[in-house]
Write a protein that binds this ligand. Structure first.
Ligand code: HSE
Length: 292
């Protein structure tokens, strides 16, 4: 029996749609695997009733098939599904790491990113790796078709999760199909600023680099309270705010001294829009780990 702990993640970071991601200190999924003749899955924890236990429809089940590693897989969800915090990716990454160990497959973490990304296709219709890469590798990740670049910045963050579901498929359908050259220029500028900020662990630069004129404004329509929460977080000292992954969570870069007040301001912002929310005071964290 092998158990892996795989963290929540925040993908996109505004200007890096389908490219940037960070591992979060908390929350996390725990995935326990045991050899079996065929794969079965049981799910408990946060939002478990929304997670399919059919291996063909569960990201961990897809990973087991990709690795030819049939197992009984127990998933204890710490990351709520449809939250924008990489819930399906956490299960996929945890399963990939644990099954690789259980069956002694010998894949590197980098190789497991591509395997775990196949699980994402089940949930969103496309095999993007911007959540599974940080879930497996930790830190800040830039995913490319030919691999992943990682950095390990020290950065404190707040992720505020409202009680409203937004499906990844719906959020992907909202993304515009074309963009102007002016928007392209602004996005490149912001993505570069953010990357330099990550190199320097500089919350000002990372916060500014979160701005995105294309994907985030389109998706903000799906998040009740977006404008109120964003303004409240900035007023409380956040250096930048964006949608976490496909939403509905919002991510704020908050210098340590402002982290508590930013978290409260974001909860209040959602409440002013009639939506209950909870906030995670977190930071850029490590990738998935195996239990001893
Ligand atoms: N990059 C993905 C998106 C992350 O924003 O749709 C969620 O799967």
């Amino acid at each position: 029996m092998v158990t892996a702990r795989a963290p929540a993640t925040s993908a996109n970071l505004g200007s890096g749609y389908d490219t940037f991601g960070v591992a979060l200190d908390a929350p996390a999924d725990e995935v326990t695997v045991q050899r079996a003749d065929e794969t079965t899955i049981s799910v408990s924890g946060a939002g478990a009733r929304y997670v399919p236990e059919d291996p063909a429809e569960n990201t961990a089940g897809v990973v087991a098939a990709e690795l030819d590693a049939p197992a009984h897989i127990e998933i204890d969800k710490g990351v709520r599904p449809a939250s924008g915090m990489g819930s399906s990716a956490a299960s996929a990454a945890g399963a990939a790491l644990a099954l690789n160990e259980l069956y002694d497959r010998g894949y590197s973490r980098e190789e497991l990113v591509a395997v775990a990304a196949q699980g994402e296709a089940v949930v969103s219709g496309e095999a993007h790796a911007d959540n599974v890469a940080p879930a497996l590798l930790g830190g800040f990740t830039i995913t490319r078709p030919d691999g992943t670049t990682t950095l390990e910045p020290e950065l404190s963050l707040v992720v505020c999760l409202p009680d409203q579901p937004v499906s990844t498929r719906e959020a992907r359908a909202a993304v515009p199909e074309s963009l102007s050259v002016a928007d392209h220029v602004e996005t490149v500028r912001n993505a570069a600023t953010l990357t330099v900020g990550m190199c320097r662990s500089d919350p000002e630069l990372v916060g500014r680099g979160l701005d995105d004129p294309i994907v985030t404004p389109a998706r903000a329509e799906l998040v009740t309270g977006y404008d109120a929460v964003r303004s409240a977080a900035l007023d409380a000292g956040a250096t930048g705010v964006t949608i976490s992954g496909a939403g509905p969570s919002l991510l704020a870069v908050a210098p340590r001294a402002a982290q508590r007040s930013v978290a409260s301001a974001m909860i209040d912002g959602f409440e002013s829009a009639g939506v209950e929310a909870r906030a995670f005071r977190t930071g850029v964290g490590d990738g998935a780990t195996l239990d001893d």
